[in-house]
Design a protein around this ligand. Structure first.
Ligand code: GAL
Length: 677
C-alpha cells in the first residue's frame, strides 16, 4: 500500500513546502499577495484554520464559512494544497463565558482565565460537545473540497493545558483509575499507599495530585500524568472518528512535539495518525542545537515506524518564547530544513507563513517577515523552495537505521517525579549524551519505544531507562539472548510500571542480563567529578557496581579522586545468551561515551554512513530506484568525504569525493545505489 504521505506528496507535486497560514489576521487584499508570493517561493501546502474557531463560529448557534470558503478556493486556484486544521485548540470567548467551569485549573486551585489559547479542560463535556460539533460541521463542509489533502487534528495537544486539576478532571481521573486498577486493593498496592497512611477506602477519596504539604505519592503522580495524556488522546480519537466518518479518504495527522515536551505520550498519539508530523524549534541557548534537531527528527521517524514523516512546524529565524530569542544565522534554516529531510521528512513547513503585526506571536519569525520580500529570510525561504523542488526524486525513499535508541515518555515522567536520588538527573540529558555519540560517529538510529520490535537492529542503546515494565524488560532481554548488542545507561531498569522499586538489588529488571548488582546509587554533587582509569572525569552520577558474571571494561580511578566508588567498575560488559549487554553506571565524558558506543556498534556490525571529518553530518535515504547521501557541513571550512555519483543542489563530486563547502548541504545521488546506512 502506498504510504499516505507519499500520496500527499503526489497531490502537492513533490516535497511538501509551506507553513501555517492565518489569513484571518489580514484583510482580503493581502490574501492575493500571499498566494502570489507563495507561488514565487514554491509553497505547495499550507495549514489553514488552526486558530479560526472564533471566525468560523462567531456565536454558539452561527457558523460563518465565508473566510475559509474564499481562502480554500483561492489557494486551490493557485495550485496550493491545504492541511485543514480542526480549530479546537483555541475556544472562542463566547465558549468560556457560557461554560466558565470548562476552564482548566492549576494544581494550586487557580482556575485559568480566558485570553490565551487551549483554555479548556480536556475532560469537560461542554468542551467535547462544542469541539465535536465544530469538527463535524467542518468535515461535512470541506470533505469534497479539492484543496484539502490532509486533516490537522487540533494543534500540539496538551501544550498549555495538559494537566488540569479541576473537579471534572478529578472525577474522570477516578474513572480512569477504576478502569485501570479494577479495585482499590490493587490501586493501594500499586501506589504503596501504606506509606504515610494514604490507604484509600473509597474511590471518592482520591484526588488529582493537587498542591499539598510535602511530596505527592509518586504512583498517584505518575498515573495522573498517564490519565492526563489519555484524556487528550481521547479527544484526539473523538475528533479523528468524526473526520474518518464524515470525510473518509483524507489522511489525518496531529502535530506532535517530539522531544520538546514531555506532557503527552508521543508514541500513543503517533499510533493514532495516518501519518506522523512533528514540530521542532531550536533552543537558542544550546550551542549544538543541530544535534537536538537531528534527535527530534530521528524520534519522528521512530514514531512513524520508519516511514516518511512531515515536519509540521519550525522557524525561519527567531522564536518569541525563549528568554532571548536569537535570530538564525545565514543558511542555518537551510541546514535545519534539509537535515529534517535527510532524516526522513517528506515535507518541511514553518510556523508561520506571514509574520503577524499584532498578537502574542508578532515577534516570532515567519516565511514572509515584517520587512517583506526585501529581506534575508525571504531570500532564504525562496531558495529553500527551489532546493526542495530540485530534490523531488527523494520522496518516498527511507532512512534505514541499524541502531535503535529506546525512548519512552513513561520513563521520562517517572524519572522526573519528586524525591529522587538526584534532582539533577534529567532524562533528555542522558538521551542526548548517547545520541550525540551516535551523531558524531555518523551512525543513524531510530528512537523507538522499549516495547518495539528490536530484531531489525544491530545495536540497541537504552539511556537512563529508569522505569521498565515487565513486558519491556522481557523484550530487551530477549533481544540480547538472541544475539543483540544492548548498551544500558546509568539508573535504568530500577522501577516497575508503578514506580515501585524492583526487589533483590538494582537494577532489578536488568540485573541478570547485565550480570551485575548495584550495591548503592551514588549521585554526584553539581561540580563534583569522579576520575576514570586512563583519564577523563565522570560527572552527575556514580554507582557502586558489584560485578557478577560481567567483566569490567572501565573502572573509576582509585582514591582519592575516583569519586564515591574508587576502583569500582564504571563500564561493564556481559555475554548473555548469544548477545552482549553493556552497562555504563555513570555519566561518561564525551570521548569515553563515544568509544563505548563505537565498540557496541562495531560488535553488532552497525556501520557509520561515512567515515567523515568531525562536524560533517551524513545520512542516507534509499529506495528501490536509488540512494541519496545527504551531507551537512556544520563547520567553517570546506569538508569532503568519499562518494560516487551525481551531485544535486550544485554539489561537486570529483575523484570519488563529494565536496561540501562551509555551512552548506549537498546531496549525492549515488552510483551504485546503496541499501545500508
Ligand atoms: C508551536 C505552536 C504554534 C506557534 C509556535 C511558535 O508550539 O504550535 O502555534 O505558537 O509554537 O513557536
Amino acid at each position: 500500500m502506498t504510504d499516505p504521505l507519499t500520496l500527499l506528496n503526489d497531490r502537492v507535486g513533490g516535497i511538501a513546502y509551506g507553513g501555517d497560514y492565518n489569513p484571518e489576521q489580514w484583510p482580503r487584499e493581502v490574501w492575493r499577495e500571499d498566494v502570489r508570493l507563495m507561488r514565487a517561493a514554491g509553497v505547495n501546502l499550507v495549514t489553514l484554520g488552526v486558530f479560526s474557531w472564533s471566525r468560523i463560529q462567531p456565536r454558539p448557534d452561527t457558523y460563518d464559512w465565508s473566510l475559509l470558503d474564499e481562502v480554500l478556493d483561492l489557494v486551490h486556484r493557485n495550485g496550493i494544497g491545504v492541511d485543514l486544521a480542526t480549530p479546537t485548540a483555541a475556544p472562542p470567548p463566547w465558549f468560556t463565558r457560557a461554560h466558565p467551569q470548562a476552564r482548566p485549573v492549576t494544581s494550586g486551585g487557580t482556575r485559568l482565565s480566558h485570553g490565551s489559547r487551549q483554555v479548556f479542560c480536556p475532560s469537560h463535556p461542554a468542551y467535547a460537545e462544542a469541539a465535536d460539533a465544530l469538527v463535524e460541521a467542518l468535515a461535512i463542509r470541506y470533505r469534497a473540497h479539492p484543496a484539502v489533502v490532509l486533516w490537522h487534528v487540533h494543534n500540539e495537544w496538551g501544550n498549555h493545558n495538559a494537566l488540569c486539576y479541576c473537579d471534572t478532571s478529578a472525577a474522570a481521573f477516578r474513572d480512569w483509575l477504576r478502569a485501570r486498577h479494577g479495585s482499590l486493593d490493587v490501586l493501594n498496592e500499586a501506589w504503596g499507599t501504606d506509606f504515610w497512611s494514604q490507604r484509600y477506602g473509597d474511590w471518592e477519596e482520591i484526588d488529582p495530585p493537587r498542591d499539598t504539604t510535602a511530596f505527592h505519592n509518586p504512583g498517584q503522580d505518575l498515573d495522573f500524568r498517564r490519565f492526563s495524556s489519555d484524556a487528550l488522546l481521547a479527544r484526539h480519537r473523538a475528533e479523528s472518528r468524526i473526520l474518518r466518518r464524515f470525510a473518509p479518504g483524507i489522511p489525518l495527522t496531529t502535530n506532535l512535539m517530539g522531544t520538546l515536551e514531555k506532557k503527552v505520550d508521543g508514541h500513543a498519539f503517533a499510533a493514532e495518525c495516518d501519518l506522523v508530523s512533528v514540530d521542532h524549534y531550536l533552543t537558542a541557548a544550546d550551542p549544538e542545537g543541530h544535534v537536538g534537531l537531528a534527535l527530534n527528527a530521528d524520534l519522528a521517524r521512530g514514531m512513524a515506524g520508519g516511514r516518511p514523516w512531515l515536519l509540521m512546524e519550525h522557524s525561519t529565524s527567531a522564536v518569541n518564547w525563549q528568554p532571548v530569542n536569537v535570530a538564525k544565522k545565514p543558511d542555518e534554516t537551510r541546514r535545519n530544513s534539509l537535515t529534517h529531510l535527510a532524516r526522513g521528512a517528506d515535507g518541511v513547513l514553518f510556523f508561520q507563513w506571514r509574520q503577524s503585526r499584532a498578537g502574542a506571536e508578532k515577534w516570532h519569525s515567519a516565511m514572509l517577515p515584517h520587512g517583506g520580500t526585501d529581506s534575508r529570510v525571504w531570500k532564504e525561504v525562496s531558495r529553500l523552495g527551489a532546493d526542495l523542488a530540485d530534490l523531488t526524486e527523494v520522496v518516498g525513499t527511507r532512512v534505514v537505521s541499524e541502531v535503535a535508541v529506546l525512548f519512552d515518555w513513561q520513563t521520562w515522567w517517572a524519572l522526573e517525579l519528586e524525591a529522587r536520588p538526584s534532582g539533577e538527573v534529567r532524562y533528555l540529558e542522558a538521551v542526548r549524551d548517547w545520541y550525540e555519540a551516535l551523531w558524531s560517529l555518523n551512525i543513524t538510529c531510530d528512537l523507538v519505544p522499549p516495547g518495539a520490535d528490536l530484531t531489525p537492529y544491530r545495536a540497541v542503546l537504552a539511556p537512563n531507562l529508569y522505569l521498565l515494565s515487565d513486558e519491556d524488560a522481557k523484550n530487551v532481554t530477549r533481544y540480547v539472548e538472541r544475539g543483540g548488542q544492548l548498551a544500558v545507561g546509568y539508573f535504568s531498569g530500577v522501577v516497575d510500571h508503578h514506580d515501585r522499586v524492583r526487589p533483590g538489588g538494582h537494577p532489578g529488571a536488568l540485573r541478570d542480563v547485565l550480570g551485575l548488582r548495584v550495591d548503592e546509587y551514588l549521585p554526584l554533587r553539581a561540580g563534583e567529578a569522579a576520575r576514570l582509569d586512563g583519564g577523563g572525569h565522570a560527572v552527575r552520577w556514580a554507582e557502586r557496581i558489584e560485578p557478577r558474571e560481567c567483566e569490567t571494561v572501565l573502572s573509576f580511578a582509585d582514591a582519592p579522586d575516583g569519586g564515591p566508588a574508587p576502583g569500582a567498575p564504571a563500564v561493564t560488559r556481559n555475554r548473555y545468551g548469544r548477545g552482549t549487554a553493556w552497562y555504563a553506571g555513570t555519566r561518561l565524558p564525551r570521548e569515553k561515551l563515544r568509544d563505548l558506543v563505537r565498540s557496541v556498534c562495531e560488535q553488532g556490525g552497525a556501520a557509520p554512513v561515512v567515515d567523515g571529518p568531525p562536524g560533517l553530518e551524513a545520512v542516507r535515504r534509499s529506495g528501490p530506484d536509488g540512494s541519496y547521501l545527504f551531507l551537512v557541513n556544520h563547520t567553517d571550512s570546506t569538508r569532503s568525504v568519499p562518494a560516487d555519483g551525481t551531485g544535486l543542489l550544485g554539489a561537486t563530486v570529483r575523484d570519488g569525493r563529494a565536496v561540501v563547502p562551509a555551512g552548506a548541504v549537498v546531496v549525492v545521488r549515488e552510483h551504485p545505489a546503496k541499501r545500508r546506512p
